[in-house]
Write a protein that binds this ligand. Structure first.
Ligand code: BGC
Length: 731
């Protein structure tokens, strides 16, 4: 006993010594960076300083050669390093070594609910950014999915701030561990693309704090993202790039964040206001570089005495600090790794865990090869590649396996594949005009394609339909106006069902769709997202059962647009210029749950080829003292025949509250892998912070003593176990 205690004390001492020396090293490093930065700052002329505060090409700011400061190079985007474009226009340079690993898009990453994969994802981005000699990656994009129509939802992560937080932190760590700065965007309230250059977002304080800011807060305070990109829109009447409340009060003072704030491209509107509000770098303005707000005009403002030189110094100091933190001046800086095998392996792993099995009636999936002689593969998305689309996040993939290729790779000549296009997109995206429908009045080609597909379906054992959207819809700068499928795909599915009932739909896209026309008739549906370089191979592995799906929806799939909260309460998109987030905190499942609206597929939903039994939930104690914690133990067993992963979700319900609260909120999750027959225990920890709401009066998060429920489930609408505890007044 005595010996045991001594051993414990010794271990504790060692930990303390280690942590202190670790802290000392960090403190020493930051002191030495400070000294180096001040030394450079002292030598810079005003002109040189100003040259570092605005773009000198589409994606760089100036260096200062005589002092050995290189140009600072930025690159889009959130799921792969963008191809090189010309310095002074948006045309691709046309190189043959600017390919990238096409990682599954942000929404797909979130559908994995796997923080470890988020770290690996970030590492790939960081490695490839370094190999392409970039200093800053313009991602992740983490704006909340407020409506199912936003053209950039596919780049973003989720409707839920907790899920975003848990994934964005490792993502950023992954990027920054490769000596590349992450640029978290778009700060803040950029939740629609419609009128993004003009719209003003009005959000009440509680909603801002509970829904729209926590992801950013985690990115800046937990992951310590080194740079931020402001949003195009206005927030409470002020452009985000000159928003004193967002940039100075919240980001810098409250969150004590000292990274570099970069404007979105062409998103700066003033010199003095923006400079004082905390913007550091102006990018992308469509003027001569000297005419940027942060170029000659900024110098003039200093010379006239309208702007303090210290404001300029602070900006340059921050830039130089981030340069040092990412080892810009250091020969030990990561050299990166260009489109390597292990990078593609990560793209594959993420895709495997991202695909969501939405429906699987009569366990039609996985397909049993012994019973199949022929397979109809139908849909434009069976052969369409998506990497390059979507706007600034588009990338030139080294390769992208299409769904048809994936099935061909997998099946060889074991099964006869009958391919038919079935529908053809009739849209084109144009930056000046937006999405344009190019279909003429003559729709006969559609009928012909449909008839051909129905013929192919009739003569095949099973039909796999790769349909949904493409990047004419999931596209920066333009929102959808409705949730229904384009190109008359509903008609196509219905006609095919008349010829063959064994239909499996794989939805490609980043948004929820209105599936009511056929959802009850189709036995199996998968959400396949834009799943990256290995998409086709992964879909084939999942359809054939070599990979057991484990993705969970990171957003609610409403039945119809009218069911979504922003539509119900407010105006999407309204007049486009003034948008009041009238639904408040009731975003996504918070609304569907609390208002008893049944979605098509709920937040957190995703099936598996195996079954899981949640047998027990136990608490370490039933009363939580304010400054303490309670442990929650959940026992779960794989009761099916195959191995699989499950995401155990923990939701909190505040039983009695002085303010309106959502029925339940996600406050914990854990993805675990279980072999057939295996049982595991998972532990969560509850503390006061996850019980709290934002109290507008005290301007703080606060938890009210009383009863709370813990719901443990496989989805927000599939709660398997519930227990209760009390938050006590005592400390
Ligand atoms: C987008 C940003 C992007 C930037 C540079 C803007 O239009 O909103 O997300 O990083 O362009 O391409």
């Amino acid at each position: 006993m005595k010996y045991l205690n001594l051993k414990r004390i010794l271990i504790l001492l060692l930990v303390v010594v280690f942590m202190t020396s670790e802290n000392n090293i960090i403190a020493q490093q930051s002191n030495s960076i400070k000294l180096k930065v001040e030394k450079i700052l002292d030598q810079l002329s005003l002109d040189e300083k100003i040259s570092m505060l605005h773009g000198n090409s589409k994606f760089t700011i100036s260096g200062v050669k005589r002092l050995g400061i290189p140009e600072w190079k930025m690159s889009d985007g959130p799921h792969g390093v963008r191809e090189e474009i010309n310095r002074h226009n948006w045309e691709p340079v046309g190189l043959d070594d600017d390919f990238a690993t096409y990682l599954p898009v942000g929404t797909a990453l979130s559908a994995t609910w796997n923080p470890e994969l988020a770290y690996k994802f970030g590492s790939v981005l960081g490695r490839e950014a370094r190999a392409r000699n970039k200093d800053i990656i313009l991602g992740p994009g983490i704006n909340i999915h407020r409506t199912p129509l936003c053209g950039r939802n596919f780049e973003y992560m989720s409707e839920d701030p907790y899920l975003i937080r848990k994934l964005v932190v490792p993502y950023i760590n992954g990027v920054q561990d490769q000596d590349v700065a992450a640029c978290v965007k778009h700060f803040a309230a950029n939740n629609q693309e419609y009128e993004r250059f003009r719209v003003n977002a009005e959000i009440d304080e509680r909603t801002l704090r509970e829904i729209y800011l926590p992801g950013f807060k985690a990115a800046f305070t937990e992951a310590k993202a080194l740079t931020a990109m402001t949003a195009y829109n206005k927030f409470r009447g002020k452009w985000c790039s000159e928003n004193d409340y967002l940039l100075n009060e919240i980001l810098r003072q409250e969150w004590k964040w000292d990274g570099v704030v970069i404007s979105d491209w062409n998103g700066t509107h003033s010199t003095i206001d923006a400079a004082n509000a905390g913007l550091d770098i102006e990018m992308g303005t469509e003027k001569d570089y000297d005419d940027y707000y942060f170029a000659d005009a900024l110098k003039e403002a200093v010379e006239n005495g309208d702007l303090a030189i210290e404001t300029i110094n602070a900006k340059v100091r921050r830039i130089l600090t981030v340069m040092h933190q990412t080892k810009v001046f250091d020969s030990s800086r990561s050299k990166g790794e260009f489109i390597s095998e292990r990078n593609f392996e990560v793209a594959k792993e993420v895709a495997e865990e991202a695909v969501v099995l939405l429906k699987n009636e009569n366990t039609i999936l996985p397909l049993d090869l012994s019973k199949i002689k022929s397979l109809a593969v139908i849909g434009e998305n069976a052969t369409r590649k998506h990497a390059i689309g979507g706007g600034s996040s588009g990338i030139k993939a080294k390769y992208e396996i299409t769904p048809l290729e994936g099935l061909q790779n997998k099946l060889g000549d074991k099964v006869k594949i009958n391919f038919a296009e079935g529908y053809k997109s009739s849209t084109k995206f144009d930056w000046s005009k937006g999405r344009v429908d190019t279909s003429d009045e003559n729709f006969s080609y559609r009928k012909n394609l449909r008839n051909e597909a129905v013929g192919v379906a009739a003569e095949s054992d099973y039909v796999i339909l790769f349909m949904g959207l493409n990047h004419d819809y999931d596209m920066e700068s333009v929102d959808r106006t409705e949730m229904i499928l384009p190109y008359q795909q509903d008609e196509l599915v219905k006609e095919i069902l008349k010829a063959n009932k064994n239909v499996i739909v794989v939805l490609i896209g980043g948004l929820a769709l209105d599936l009511r026309e056929w959802v009850n008739e189709v036995p199996a549906i998968l959400q396949g997202w834009y799943a990256g370089s290995e998409a086709g191979n992964v879909f084939a592995d999942i359809l054939l059962g070599d990979v057991n799906p484990s993705g969970k929806l990171p957003f609610t799939f409403p039945k119809k647009l009218e069911d979504s909260p922003a539509y119900k309460f407010g105006d999407i998109p309204g007049n486009g210029l003034e948008v009041e987030y009238k639904e408040g905190i009731f975003v996504g499942y918070r609304y569907f749950d609390s208002y008893n609206v049944v979605p098509q597929f709920a937040f957190g939903h995703g099936l598996s080829y195996t079954t899981f039994n949640y047998s027990k939930v136990e608490l370490s104690k039933n009363i939580l003292n304010k400054s303490k914690t309670v442990d929650v133990f959940v026992t779960i067993e794989n009761t099916g025949k195959v191995a699989g992963s499950e995401v155990i979700q923990l939701y909190i319900e505040d039983v009695v509250s002085s303010v309106e609260r959502p029925k339940k909120e996600l406050k914990g999750f854990e993805k675990i892998y279980l072999k057939s027959g295996e049982t595991k225990e998972v532990k969560f920890q509850i503390d006061e912070s996850i019980l709290s709401f934002y109290d507008v009066e005290s301007k703080n998060f606060k938890a009210e003593p009383g009863q709370f429920k813990i719901h443990i489930g496989s989805a927000s609408d599939d709660i398997r176990l519930t227990t209760e505890f009390e938050l006590s007044k005592e400390n």
